[in-house]
Design a protein around this ligand. Structure first.
Ligand SMILES: Cc1cc2nc3c(=O)[nH]c(=O)nc-3n(C[C@H](O)[C@H](O)[C@H](O)COP(=O)(O)OP(=O)(O)OC[C@H]3O[C@@H](n4cnc5c(N)ncnc54)[C@H](O)[C@@H]3O)c2cc1C
Length: 449
């Protein structure tokens, strides 16, 4: 049973990390206020909804069966019936020619004829080594994986294990296909983690979007939605938080403690006025050094049969690509006579340079630029891509640069009242990692109660 501590805590950012922190802080007896600039919780894990399609949910994040914290939360909140299993139709595209993979077993790569037998065997033996070492290569917990973060990038390590084509068409698409960063920029730990954990995993989406986890976690907190925090200052021994509201006067409140659960560059700006006794030099350097790849999700409706359904089609090969990957989901759409027609909803994610170039442009230009690139991943596509929805995430994917896991541990170990940081930039760009960082941030505040 919780005891009241008399403490009032502000959580800035109602994504997966902030809401996880709120859950633990409420359980510790604190009064918690969540400030969220959007009009709902969930952050980058929040889906969009459109009434014209059934199911009406759009961008829909994947929960993978080895996410242990999320698995516990699903069970605690009785959300099992919300889960929909995805079939794992994964393709790697070689200049528009797509090769089907069957990643259900660690031995499947032996059947991948698009690379040499030598590379297939090397891939299998590298995978088996990582699977054996699974407990140390934790994909979400930097405390466990930091000792393996030896400064090598995923590309440097990958080319040591596999031939050039083997890496570029087997491992690189895995490292880069879920996220939009270059294997040259991310720690080898990231590639090792994928090999250790992905084989044989189940992929699911939440029927109405993953934000339900954030909403349940935040139950019991006071919500200040559509409140963008613009300033944080010391006020005696407390912290004064000022937030802007659309169409209203700014609000200012004072708290005993603060969890900053926004992307790192925003957290760095908001804490700029706080003294080094409150936000230490290591934490400040860490926040300021985080880099993100933005994400641009451009979705279209296409006729059934023009692309495979429930497929994740990823560009293979080195370097940046026009289109990094696309994901297709079946949907029903109402036609002019009001009848429901089967369609595919296609999410297309441009490569790094194209994402940066297109971000913020008028949507008509974004739709027109991306549609012709569908063929770069699936050359047989000859259907009409009907523009449907665009979602932009300027802070899409924090880059786990070589050495970042080690720095993250150093900062985590120093965290304590009255200000702590949380976010996926401590671990890996996944919702599970964001949850873990939120729980850890709350522990850092409650350890001295
Ligand atoms: C396109 C895309 C697809 C992804 N797919 C998957 C997937 O399939 N599976 C998976 O596990 N992960 C996926 N991820 C990663 C996952 O979404 C993130 O790792 C996770 O949601 C990050 O949570 P967070 O709480 O750290 O940050 P965020 O979700 O960014 O939360 C930060 C919150 O702070 C708020 N905020 C920012 N500034 C302010 C301010 N000044 N005042 C108040 N509030 C503020 C933001 O609105 C936001 O809600 C994907 C990410 C993207 C971009």
């Amino acid at each position: 049973m919780s005891t009241r501590t008399g403490k009032r805590t502000a959580v800035i950012g109602g994504g997966m990390a902030g809401s996880a922190a709120a859950k633990k802080l409420i359980a510790s007896g604190r009064e918690v206020v969540i400030y969220e600039s959007a009009d709902g919780l969930g952050g980058r894990a929040r889906s969009w909804h459109r009434p014209e399609i059934e199911p009406n949910v759009g961008i829909n994040l994947m929960y993978v069966s080895f996410y242990s914290l999320m698995t516990e939360l699903i069970s605690e909140y009785g959300l099992e019936s919300e889960l929909q299993k995805l079939s794992s139709n994964i393709y790697i595209s070689d200049k528009g020619k797509a090769i089907a993979l069957s990643p259900d077993s660690v031995f499947s790569p032996l059947t991948y004829k698009h690379v040499s037998l030598r590379d297939r065997l090397a891939f299998l033996s590298t995978t088996i080594k990582q699977v054996r070492n699974k407990s140390q290569i934790d994909f979400f917990d930097p405390i466990k994986s930091a000792p393996l973060d030896d400064g090598l990038s995923a590309a440097q390590w990958g080319y040591q294990q596999l031939g050039r084509r083997g890496f570029d068409f087997m491992l690189r698409p895995q490292v880069e296909g879920f996220w939009n960063f270059a294997s040259e920029d991310v720690s080898a730990v990231h590639a090792k983690g994928l090999l250790a954990w992905m084989g044989g995993s189940g992929f699911y989406v939440f029927r109405n979007g993953m934000q339900i986890i954030a909403e349940k976690n935040a139950e019991g907190a006071e919500l200040r939605l559509a409140h963008e925090v613009t300033d944080v200052q010391m006020a005696g021994t407390g912290l004064r938080v000022t937030a802007a509201r659309e169409g209203g006067d700014p609000v200012t409140e004072t708290f005993d403690e603060l969890v900053l659960a926004t992307p790192a560059p925003i957290a760095a700006k908001l804490t700029a006025a706080l003294p080094p006794e409150v936000v230490g030099d290591d934490a400040r350097r860490f926040m300021e050094s985080q880099r993100y790849e933005p994400a641009l999700s451009v979705s279209y409706l296409v006729d059934v049969g023009t692309l495979p359904s429930e497929a994740h089609i990823v560009a293979g090969g080195p370097g940046d690509q026009p289109l990094r990957n696309m994901i297709t989901y079946p949907r029903k759409v109402r036609d002019e006579q009001g009848r429901l027609v089967d369609k595919l909803l296609v999410f297309a994610y441009p490569g790094r340079a194209n994402t940066k170039r297109l971000l913020g442009l008028p949507q008509a230009e974004q739709f027109a630029a991306v549609a012709p690139w569908l063929k770069t991943l699936w050359s047989d596509f000859s259907g009409r891509a009907e523009p449907f929805q665009i979602a932009e995430r300027p802070y899409g994917f924090p880059i786990p640069a070589p050495g970042r896991y080690r720095q993250a541990v150093q900062v985590m170990e120093q965290q304590g009242a009255p200000v702590v940081l949380a976010g996926d930039y401590f671990n890996s760009p996944t919702t599970e990692a964001a949850l873990l960082s939120g729980f850890r941030a709350a522990e850092a505040l409650t350890q001295t109660d």
